[in-house]
Design a protein around this ligand. Structure first.
Ligand code: BES
Ligand code: MN
Ligand code: MN
Length: 458
């Protein structure tokens, strides 16, 4: 296992961490227009790093949204080509007062690095670059396989630009398989490959009543209240068991195979620990008859993320707001489609419209669910590499999260993805105090080096 590249990675761990910290200091929040310049700065940072380590054709590709970063090294004649994918954008950091140290001032505590984007996905995406650096620096500027790197800056807002690029320029990303490090280990120390993701549709419901905000004393009793109307609509979307009421919503849902279900039952999962230490609520909810793992990986769900509008300041204001909005998303599973689900949802919401208001249902972004085949050489190479570095057999899991482009790699590039991620279940993705366990950062780099060497050796 002691390849020269792994030696190099071990000797350079301190520098690899300092460089990651520099990347984490850039607040590349893709959804907030005021951070547009920061998103670009993160792209330039990565392009500079790719050039420095010896990758070729490094390019910051302009799009109608945030830029893509591309690089390649294609001189390993006869060897497979890897498409190394990641995203350099991050979610907003609020609520800020819940962070122990500021989100864009990376801070080391008890073996972790804390910062927004530490694990999702800057820290994980950067493992690819550091693995490439270690290989290039110890083999006279050569790699054991061909590599194309593509890093996007708007995964957290739906990934529209990369999807367009993949559809319009499949030849520029022509590869044999993709490597995606944007998922989690099932449990600490347990090497994991993710083989399925849920899809999603992210929507907004806007309800309008009066033409202008009204004094609630003068008009209350006669004027419609859009918040009450919106709450009535939302309350009708799910029953008390969490079963979604949209007609036809479950029609296409494909159950996991008996083999998959059997394998999931052997995973080390303690529901009470999950409830208490990961979720922290008085009880868990969801459809009766399905385990937590099935409910989060293989069943569709619906959630409300926020209801902007009206008065939300401290204290009291007596007003009937003219409009109310809700951000509502649904997670989809194989064989549901985003288009069909949105049409059914929109029709149902419109049918629920109370008197006195108008309702507008909008689609913000969408992505399809996917399950990838595991009977290919790249998955085998990955499990071998993981066994060497972690000393254990790999578990195959699905995840409830979504990475929209992975489905497009299958559909438009016709390549399998290896989803080899090293996050931990308590890394606080999208939440305050996001972290990346440093041992996983370093072992992740080692794993990727070994994986590239395995694929190149075959
Ligand atoms: N990396 C996550 C998805 C993820 C997390 C997959 C953990 C597996 C395990 C990704 O950055 C993400 O957050 N995706 C969004 C997608 C959306 C905004 C289109 C999600 O799942 O909410
Ligand atoms: Mn991610
Ligand atoms: Mn994310």
């Amino acid at each position: 296992m002691s390849s020269a590249a792994i030696e190099f990675a071990h000797q350079n761990q301190a520098r690899f961490l300092e460089e990651l910290k520099s990347l984490l200091r850039i607040p590349s929040i893709s959804t907030l227009p005021e951070h547009k310049g920061d998103v670009r700065r993160a792209a330039e940072f990565l392009a500079d790093d790719l050039r420095r380590i010896g990758m070729e054709h490094v390019e910051v590709i302009e799009t109608e949204g945030h830029p893509l970063v591309y690089a390649d090294w294609l001189h390993a004649g006869g060897k497979p080509t890897c498409l190394a994918y990641g995203h350099y954008d991050v979610q907003p950091a609020d609520p800020l007062d819940e962070w122990k140290t500021p989100p864009f001032e990376p801070s080391e505590r008890d073996g972790n690095i804390y910062a927004r984007g530490a694990v999702d996905d800057k820290g994980q995406m950067y493992m690819h670059l550091k693995a490439l650096e270690a290989l290039l620096k110890t083999s006279g500027g050569k790699l054991p396989l061909n590599v194309r790197v593509i890093i996007e800056g708007e995964e957290e807002v739906g990934g529209e630009q990369i999807a367009k690029f993949v559809k319009e320029h499949p030849e520029r990303l022509k590869s044999d398989f993709a490597l995606v490090s944007d998922t989690e280990l099932f449990a600490p120390e347990l090497p994991t490959l993710c083989v399925g993701l849920r899809g999603m549709i992210y929507t907004e419901i806007e309800v309008r009543g009066a033409m202008i905000d009204l004094h609630s004393g003068i008009y209350g009793g006669a004027a419609p209240n859009p918040f009450v109307a919106l709450c009535q609509i939302i309350a009708a979307l799910k029953d008390a068991d969490g079963h979604i009421q949209i007609p036809g919503f479950y029609d296409k849902v494909k159950s996991p195979s008996a083999d998959e279900l059997k394998a999931w039952r052997t995973l080390p999962f303690d529901e009470e620990h999950y409830r208490k230490s990961e979720v922290g609520s008085p009880s868990l909810v969801g459809e009766p008859g399905y385990s937590v793992i099935e409910r989060t990986w293989a069943r569709p769900t619906l959630d409300v993320h926020g209801m902007p509008g009206g008065f939300i300041g401290a204290g009291a204001k007596t007003v009937i707001p003219a409009k109310a909005t809700a951000k509502v998303s649904m997670r989809l599973v194989p064989e549901m489609t985003a288009e069909d689900t949105f049409a059914k949802y929109k029709a149902f919401v419109e049918s629920l419209k109370p008197a006195g208001v108008t309702v507008d249902v909008r689609l913000i972004h969408q992505g399809e669910a996917m399950v990838i085949p595991t009977d290919n050489h790249y998955i085998d190479a990955a499990t071998h590499a993981l066994k060497e570095i972690w000393g254990k057999d790999t578990v195959f899991i699905r995840s409830g999260g979504s990475i929209p482009i992975v489905g497009d790699f299958d559909r438009y590039l016709k390549i399998p993805s290896v989803m080899m991620g090293f996050g931990l279940p308590d890394d606080n993705l999208h939440a305050p105090n996001e972290k990346f366990h440093l041992a996983n950062y370093y072992r992740g780099i080692d794993s990727i080096i070994r994986f590239f060497e395995e694929v190149g050796a075959a």
